[in-house]
Design a binder for this molecule. Structure first.
Ligand code: ZN
Length: 290
């Protein structure tokens, strides 16, 4: 009888040890879930830090893998406009870093957090959650517009576990998504042949959102929403009118529709009349610079 009771006691001890051990393990796995529960602080850190402006400061460590990358590295190709006109796919973002060192970027406010007096306050990153057996797992996404203010723009989206990662990925993606847009003056009220507006009416769609951009005379400024302004400013367009329809509070689709509208201008073969206008504008620019 004593042996049996001893065995039972030992078994109970082991059970107790196991029951103690398992919660400790679960606590260990739950810790990283608790950490990102302070989104406001992390978001503020991203906004205030200026080092995001120079995400890839050193090009010394870059080893080009594509043919285009090697040519750019050797200095054979120096003009990004010709690369974009050719239609060659840029597969390394360092190419863009090398050829366009002054490329700026703007973060679109796609996320939202509940505000103080009701409603929601826009944030730079969107936070989504998926359920796990030990709690919620978060994923953060961001949308970024890059542009040199002179006809070259790109839009990119990125996701990551942290704000910084998401923004960096979005910038890299945007650099691989560059397009060269044609600017001009398509407004009958102006007809100045300077590239301050769009050459023609452009329509773009994404999801339910439809964006229609129209050329405007000089001095109109950008009569568009704040988010579309970021795209047009990055592209170097100063005057434009705009009409939107659909669910425009879906910012991702709004920006994509605006980007598609600008992209759609490249689908049209420009007439000799327009080409002549651009040539005149270029000549005027040259004369002014001289
Ligand atoms: Zn004009």
């Amino acid at each position: 009888m004593e042996d049996k009771s001893k065995e039972i006691m030992e078994k109970e001890k082991e059970a107790v040890i196991e029951s103690v051990a398992t919660p400790a393990e679960t606590v260990g796995t739950a810790e990283p879930v608790i950490e990102p529960a302070a989104p406001a602080e992390a978001a503020k850190e991203v906004v205030t830090s200026e080092d995001i402006k120079a995400v890839h400061p050193s090009l010394d460590k870059w080893k080009p893998r594509t043919k285009l990358g090697k040519e750019v590295m050797e200095g054979k190709r120096g003009d990004i406009k010709s690369i974009l006109a050719e239609g060659t796919k840029i597969k390394e973002f360092q190419i863009v870093d090398k050829l366009l060192p002054d490329l700026g970027h703007e973060i679109i406010y796609i996320g939202g957090s509940p505000g103080k007096g009701g409603g929601s306050q826009r944030t730079i990153t969107k936070k989504t959650a998926r359920m796990h057996k030990s709690g919620r797992r978060f994923r953060i996404s961001s949308l970024v517009v890059v542009g040199n203010g002179d006809g070259i723009i790109g839009v990119g989206q990125g996701t990551g576990k942290e704000h910084r990662n998401a923004i960096e990925k979005a910038i890299e993606h945007a650099k691989l998504n560059l397009i060269f847009i044609s600017r001009g003056c398509g407004s009958w009220q102006c007809a100045c042949s300077q590239p301050h507006s769009l050459p023609l009416r452009a329509v773009g769609r994404a999801g339910s959102v439809k964006v229609e951009l129209k050329p405007a005379p000089r001095g109109t400024n950008l009569a568009v929403s704040d988010d579309l302004k970021k795209i047009l400013k990055a592209a170097g367009i100063r005057d434009a009118w705009c009409r939107t329809s659909g669910n425009t509070s879906a910012r991702t689709n709004l920006i994509k529709a605006g980007f598609n509208a600008l992209k759609s201008m490249n689908n049209m073969k420009q007439t000799s009349f327009l080409e002549q206008r651009f040539k005149n504008a270029d000549q005027k620019k040259m004369e002014k610079s001289e």
